[in-house]
Design a protein around this ligand. Structure first.
Ligand code: SF4
Ligand code: MSK
Length: 653
């Protein structure tokens, strides 16, 4: 018997709330294969590292401070717990911001190549959005052809990464009062490369050792993510591949088909997924698959690549971050194709155990044990055709039993911020005013963004699900992205029929408009859609002058990545109370903890919060929303009124 098999582990349904994943975890255990969900139980996190009470920024250390008595001693260089915590937090934000900016910069490069005619397989699908984005940056669009306008837009957006002074272009979309707060504190981001570089430099031994000053650069670096690289990734992907509009898609492992060649795409960048979509619809490959005895080719997404393609094209989705290893236990995955971010190295061993092709495609992300087929935008089909050839070949020689869980759920996905505006305001006067009106009159209590990862430290999906149910029950409209959106989609909440689960006010609005109480906006990089929606709410009027005034809150209840921390901090810096579940990598009862969890709000930003239990998280968020309602003087407006026909007409007109 293997050593790993002796371990006493929790039952599969205690590890995950996803029945399909639990079924595959049990099968993996029976097969003697160890998945991430079990490795998560086996790994005991270092408590000192978990709370950032250690520093390894130089080789005099590593230095460990006592998290129970954090002011008892300092590092060899004299660094205090506040300096160490701020530096560690800052480096996590730097890494997260770098990831999104790297993603955004590659999308911008692709956009340039499309405009210059160097890449011919992609084009400009949403010309209206191209013009709107240009206009929002002060570019005159009158009489300009797409190519000319695209070149001007590229030159402006390129400053997002290369600026060494001034203000990042997309900060022009920030509500004036929020921008003024940033200017007052000197945190308006300049260029993303500079911000990440400066943060890494300032966190070096013997540099910035004052936590408030360090936090300024941490804030600027996070804002360079949300209002920089991430926003560029979302906006230009919409322009090139089409802006999402609501459409129906199926979620969970039951989307796999035993009699089809199953190809899963997992990662974050849309280009490779778009190219493979063209390939699977090519009659040549369909015939090839049929020749090998398959009924066809079944293209499926996972994680954030999947969330993006589901929102844009209705491609089925097999599961979120916590299910990417488990899905291969089905034996039905003929190829898992990956690009960048959130791709566990453990996939390689599981792929080997189930005779699945694990194929990396991006020069920035190879994995030991996977095969690599490089994706080039100038010749995308070279890579994706090779993937299909391998997947079809594996189908015809499947050597492991196929067991596919039956679970699937239909949901409505693809609520871009433009569509939310249209849905609420109508064709001729798209506006966020009806949303604001419903917040002011109390039918909707406030808005919450519930986003982020899954983490084997808690039962997969369970905190997302309980939290969102509690929020909508209390009339809070929930916007979702990333792996959280998939958790709720699997639970069946992304349908208009879920309206009765909402409180009476929110349910009334959902039924009138025909929308779900939980709106799925896309991948984790698409959190910027929430920033734009929040800015539009401020601009629509009646809810204050800055994002910090809105009755809104955010949460990543099962977060795990540095990207999530960067996202959290750009929401805090933009004015949003942001609660993280799981834990927070800062020692409690320190000056630095107090600064992030209270002091930042006094400066006009949002603030951080932390709670593990979903009901405790909901309480924190709802209390904050109620506090903001009170400050706005709309706390008296939550009396229930019956909606008559003229009210309904007003809501939908
Ligand atoms: Fe220790 Fe200071 Fe070096 Fe950190 S930078 S490892 S606290 S001596
Ligand atoms: S993939 S960052 S696990 S949301 Fe965007 Fe999911 Fe979190 Fe990765």
């Amino acid at each position: 018997m293997k050593k790993t098999e002796k371990k006493i582990r929790a039952g599969a349904s205690e590890v995950t709330a996803c029945e399909a994943t639990a079924q595959m975890l049990e099968k993996a255990r029976a097969d003697g294969v160890v998945l991430d969900l079990d490795r998560g139980q086996d790994m005991k996190a270092c408590p000192i590292g978990e709370e950032s009470a250690c520093c390894k920024h130089c080789f005099m250390g590593p230095c460990r401070l006592n998290p129970r008595d954090p002011y008892k001693k300092v590092g060899i260089c004299g660094a205090t717990i506040d300096t160490i915590a701020a530096r560690n937090f800052g480096r996590m934000v730097a890494a997260g911001s770098a990831s999104h900016n790297d993603h955004g910069m590659h999308i911008l490069k692709l956009f340039k190549d499309v405009i210059d005619g160097k890449v011919l397989d992609f084009g400009i699908k949403d010309v209206l959005k191209l013009e709107q984005l240009a206009l929002s940056l002060g570019i005159d669009v009158e009489g300009k052809e797409v190519q000319e306008l695209g070149k001007e837009l590229y030159e402006e957006l390129e400053k997002t990464f290369s600026n060494v002074d001034g203000e990042m272009p997309l900060t022009r979309r920030v509500p004036e009062a929020t921008l003024e707060t940033w200017r007052k504190h000197g945190v308006v981001p300049r260029g993303a490369m500079l911000e990440v570089m400066e943060l890494m430099s300032r966190t070096h031994i013997g540099c910035d050792q004052e936590y408030e000053n360090l936090t300024k650069q941490i804030t600027r670096t996070a804002l360079a993510d949300g209002w920089g690289g991430s926003m560029i990734a979302t906006e230009l992907s919409d322009i090139m591949f089409g802006s999402p509009v609501p459409l129906q898609a199926e979620v969970n492992m039951g989307v796999l088909k035993e009699d089809h060649v199953n190809v899963i795409v997992h990662g974050h960048e849309p280009a490779m997924f778009e190219a493979i979509l063209a390939g699977v619809n090519d009659p040549f490959f369909i015939d090839q698959a049929k020749e090998k005895g398959a009924e066809g080719i079944n293209l499926v997404g996972m994680c954030c690549s999947g969330a993006e393609m589901m929102s844009r094209h209705g491609i089925p989705h097999a599961g979120n971050f916590g299910s990417t290893e488990a899905v291969m236990v089905t034996g039905a995955v003929d190829a898992m194709v990956v690009d960048i971010q959130c791709i566990k190295q453990g996939l390689a061993a599981v792929a080997k155990a189930y005779d699945t092709h694990l194929i990396t495609t991006n020069p920035r992300c190879h994995i030991e044990g996977a095969s690599h087929v490089e994706f080039e935008e100038t010749d995308p089909r070279k890579c994706t055709d090779e993937i299909l050839i391998r997947a079809i070949s594996r189908f015809s020689t499947r050597s492991v039993p196929v067991v596919i869980p039956s679970q699937t759920r239909k949901g409505i996905h693809g609520f871009s911020h433009e569509y939310i505006e249209y849905m609420l305001g109508g064709t001729f006067r798209g506006s966020y005013s009806p949303l604001n009106d419903n917040i002011i009159n109390g039918r909707i209590r406030g808005v919450a963004g519930v986003v982020g990862c899954t983490n084997p430290k808690v039962r997969q999906d369970s905190v997302h699900i309980e939290l969102v149910k509690e929020l909508i029950k209390n009339d809070v409209l929930v916007l979702q992205t990333g792996c959280s959106q998939i958790a709720l989609a699997k639970e069946g909440l992304l349908v208009p029929e879920a309206a009765p689960l909402a409180g009476p006010g929110l349910a009334e609005v959902c039924e009138t408009v025909g929308m779900p109480p939980v709106l799925g906006l896309g991948s984790c990089v698409d959190n910027t859609r929430i920033l734009i929606a929040a800015s539009a709410m401020v601009k629509a009027g009646g809810l204050g002058t800055s994002i910090a005034d809105l009755p809104a809150a955010g949460c990543a209840p099962e977060w795990m990545s540095e990207k999530a921390l960067a996202i959290g901090h750009y929401f805090v810096a933009s004015g949003v109370f942001t609660v993280f579940g799981i834990g927070f990598p800062i020692v409690k009862d320190t000056k630095y903890h107090d600064y992030l969890f209270r002091g930042m709000e006094d400066l006009g930003y949002g603030k951080w919060g932390m709670a593990k239990d979903p009901h405790a998280i909901a309480r924190l968020m709802i209390d904050h929303i109620d506090k903001k309602r009170k400050q706005l003087g709309i706390d008296k407006a939550r009396e229930r009124t019956l909606v008559d026909m003229s009210d309904r007409r007003e809501l939908v007109s």
